[in-house]
Write a protein that binds this ligand. Sequence first.
Ligand SMILES: Cc1ncc(COP(=O)(O)O)c(C=O)c1O
Length: 375
Amino acid sequence: MPDYRREFFDFGPITYLNCAYHGPLPRMTAARIQRAIQIESDPTQLEKKDFFDLRERIRTRLAGLLGAQPGEMALVGSATQGIGIVASGLDWRPGDEVVISSENFPSNLFTWVNLRRRGVRVNVLRPEGGFLAAEQVAAAMNSRTRVLALDWVNYSTGVRINLAEMGELARRHGALFVADGTQGAGAVELNLNALPVEVMTAAAYKWLLAPYGTGFLYLSPKVQEQLELKVVSWLSVNGSEDFDALPTEDFTVTNSARRFDILAFLGMYGLDASLEFLQRVGVRTVNEHCTQLLDRLAQGLKGKGYALSAAADAERRSTILCFQASSPEATAALYQKLKSQKIAVSLRQGMIRVSPHLCNGEADIDRLLDATDGR
Ligand SMILES: Cc1ncc(COP(=O)(O)O)c(C=O)c1O
């Protein structure tokens, strides 16, 4: 496998193993954003087509990477916005239910819980034994369930759920399956059109290596039909390309996910470049590389007696692995030690979270292992 490290910046003395916190921008992305700043500083360089071509290019790249159609992709600023578009666009009826997990990241939690104020029953499942089991979800679903909303890869354990299994459960009950793909998209291969997933949203600033404030919202054609468009942007309507004769009262909205776009211009340049990088490299390459590094880590940690999160199991694995020492205090102390040795990882829910990318090599894993004394 080629060495991709030179595609990223040098982190100086720091060993960065924290992509689940923020993915490093590839050099080409930083250069493209600088170019965008030049264009916006001198708008004589800004062409009308830039408003449209860039967005469609990003949509096509996202669709190619994630196994969807360009018309199923909306460009959003965060996973929170993606969830918000869906939760606010559905026609809630008294007695409707939503099933979520207490371990979802807040983006996929707070907006749903907030629906209680509108009379929606929100059932928050508390996973037992380190991950959410399909049986627990199945037991919570009933004919009133409108939405099942889960994170694809858990941000604090790295556990990946089975999208096909959870999506089937939702379909069987006539519910929409909404997945937050933030911790998986770009790092784990995905074919959205082959899965019973109606909605996937994600922040792109982690495994898609894009700037903070960028993301996507995948909407299946079925869900596009159901969603009311709450905010109508001038770009949501047919004919917005014609600056000299923009539609007025008689506007019609486009019949694709494009009508839900709400992404800022500068971020788009960065997102486009990072997706171009990932297309060139391939999600499979990213996954194989991270898997190799995490296998090495898991082996070393097990040898020293550390407990690994359920993400170490083959059927639940992602590109994040977490581990803990003999007590919460010992884990916190180890985290501080790693920090003082300039090894950047995260402490999440009492576990140390390790999340490498193509900017890392085996030497980075060995540095981390050298800093661990044993449980
Ligand atoms: C699973 C998951 N979803 C979403 C986010 C970020 O959310 P947002 O794009 O709403 O800021 C994170 C950040 O850590 C996350 O881990």
